[in-house]
Design a protein around this ligand. Structure first.
Ligand code: CMP
Length: 491
């Protein structure tokens, strides 16, 4: 479509040039005959000097005609040159055409210069510059008539000089905050194609005066898309699921990983935003929609839920054990897989599960802190933790404990302060078991104390190895056994 139009324009240009050249050729070739003919036609002109008057008139008409034809040729030449430089040249070198305004300014200056030259050559006796400059009235009239036009023209020049935006950028401009892709910057206005495919013309003076938001074409521009979840959905899981769903969507830049974060704790659930960067900002509407679509499907797969305004009535029936019924089975399974609890009967494990309480931690949260008193131990139900001691003022990891491992037993069984800090590596759920529940287990299984004292002795060795200056470990497992028994009042 566009190429047909260009072809037509080119054909029109060639025909027009050929016609002008032909007219010029004829004018020059039949110069004398033309003058002769004109002399015979202009004999009626009133004059004091009867001999030279028709000559002068014929001369003036022929020269004006020549001036007209040469000016036409100069115009065609300037247009061709401007197209060659600012369309073809720019497209080859920069991949896009130069702004219309630049082309127009070049055409005006080049044409005026050529016109002056032609005029001076054809009418050597007339000073064209003086003709314009001495005419003050002409200037005033022109100034008043072209007030707005000139304002736009100069604003256009300042926009070109300042270059706040270019063709292809997305801008938001004007009192009505029109947003669209810049298609053209002409001597009068900035042409924007909005996302509804409307063309909006914002005058250059408005664009230069008003606030302008520019999203440059060659810049990584970001967008925010909002969504929410239920309070029961884990933030760590939500953030991971959404980030993975969005990062490889079409037109989402691979250069920067999308950021997902909680922006508010709303009435119906946490409100999130996902910030992502676009390869082509002009397509942000489609990409926003694609991102929302991806989030929906990812939520479906991951079992996450969108929050919508609802009234949920919670009937709080606190269970005696503190363990929710639905989870009890999983907790019993988890505890029976913990090596130190393997000798326990199903009833004892169930009792332990009912006596435990579950806590969830986000990555990098401290579960227990070194030096604090403690009267409970923990089993890692899901996730992972690290055991850290402080060495030379910096944390050092002594051990990493996975699902099914336990910690916090040292302070619980000996009554000493926590020997190390335990920190969640990822989202981690732990089961906390208190002193009373453990005492009941020990009462029924006195042998358990012994196996526990071995674990504690081993871990103490590990801790001692990390403190080079701490010397020998004071208490062996035998000493530990008796101190645990004493602490729990066992025989
Ligand atoms: P507690 O001293 O109560 O609190 C810190 C816990 O870190 C500690 O109990 C142990 O459960 C655990 N811990 C300490 N040292 C080690 C180790 N070397 N290996 C594994 N766990 C340890």
């Amino acid at each position: 479509m566009k190429s047909t139009y260009t072809k037509q324009k080119f054909a029109f240009f060639l025909i027009a040039t050929a016609l002008v050249v032909l007219a010029l050729y004829l004018t020059v070739h039949f110069d004398e005959s033309l003058r002769e003919w004109l002399r015979s036609r202009t004999g009626w002109l009133p004059s004091q000097d009867n001999v030279s008057q028709p000559d002068k008139a014929a001369e003036a008409i022929v020269k004006t005609w020549q001036l007209f034809l040469w000016a036409l040729l100069a115009y065609l030449f300037v247009r061709a040159l401007a197209s060659l430089i600012f369309r073809l040249g720019f497209r080859l070198r920069r991949g896009m055409e130069a702004p219309t305004l630049i082309r127009n300014i070049f055409s005006i200056i080049a044409f005026t210069a050529l016109f002056f030259l032609i005029f001076t050559l054809i009418f050597p006796g007339i000073n064209l510059g003086a003709l314009f400059t001495t005419s003050a009235i002409f200037g005033v009239i022109l100034g008043l008539a072209l007030q707005d036009t000139l304002g736009n023209f100069f604003a256009g020049i300042s926009l070109q000089a300042d270059r706040p935006f270019q063709v292809g950028d997305v801008i938001t401009v004007g009192a009505q905050r029109h947003t669209g892709v810049v298609e053209e910057i002409s001597w009068r206005a900035v042409k924007i194609r909005t996302f509804q495919n409307h063309v909006v013309l914002v005058s250059n003076s408005t664009a230069a005066r008003e606030e302008l938001e520019v999203c440059p074409r060659d810049n990584l521009n970001a967008r925010l898309v909002f969504f929410n979840t239920l309070y029961s959905d884990s933030p760590v899981k939500t953030i991971h699921v959404v980030r993975e769903a969005v990062r490889d969507a079409e037109n989402v830049s691979q250069k920067i990983t999308p950021i997902v974060r909680i922006r508010n704790l709303g009435d119906n659930g946490p409100d999130y935003e996902v910030k992502y960067w676009l390869d082509d900002y002009a397509k942000y509407n489609d990409t926003d929609a694609l991102v929302r679509e991806r989030i929906w499907y990812a939520f479906r797969r991951a079992g996450l839920n969108f929050a919508y305004p609802t009234r949920t009535l919670f009937v709080d029936r606190p269970s005696k054990t503190g363990v929710r019924e639905g989870k009890e089975g999983a907790i019993i399974e988890r505890l029976s897989a913990v090596d130190i609890f393997s000798p326990l009967s199903l009833e004892e494990t169930t009792m332990l599960a009912q006596a435990s309480s579950s806590h969830i931690f986000m990555p990098d949260e401290i579960v227990i802190r070194a030096g604090d008193p403690g009267s409970s131990m923990f089993v890692v139900h899901s996730g992972r933790v690290t055991v850290q001691v402080t060495e030379n003022g910096r944390p050092r990891t002594v051990a990493t404990l996975n699902e099914g491992a336990f910690f916090g037993e040292m302070a619980l069984f000996t009554g000493e302060l926590r020997t190390a800090s335990v920190v969640a590596v990822e989202e981690t759920e732990v089961l906390e078991i208190g002193h009373d529940a453990m005492k009941r287990v020990f009462d029924a299984n006195p042998d358990l104390v012994e196996s526990l004292s071995h674990v504690i002795a081993e871990r103490r060795q590990g801790l001692a190895a990390s403190h080079e200056d701490s010397g020998a470990v004071e208490d062996g497992s035998a000493g530990l056994l008796s101190s645990i028994k004493r602490f729990f009042g066992l025989k």
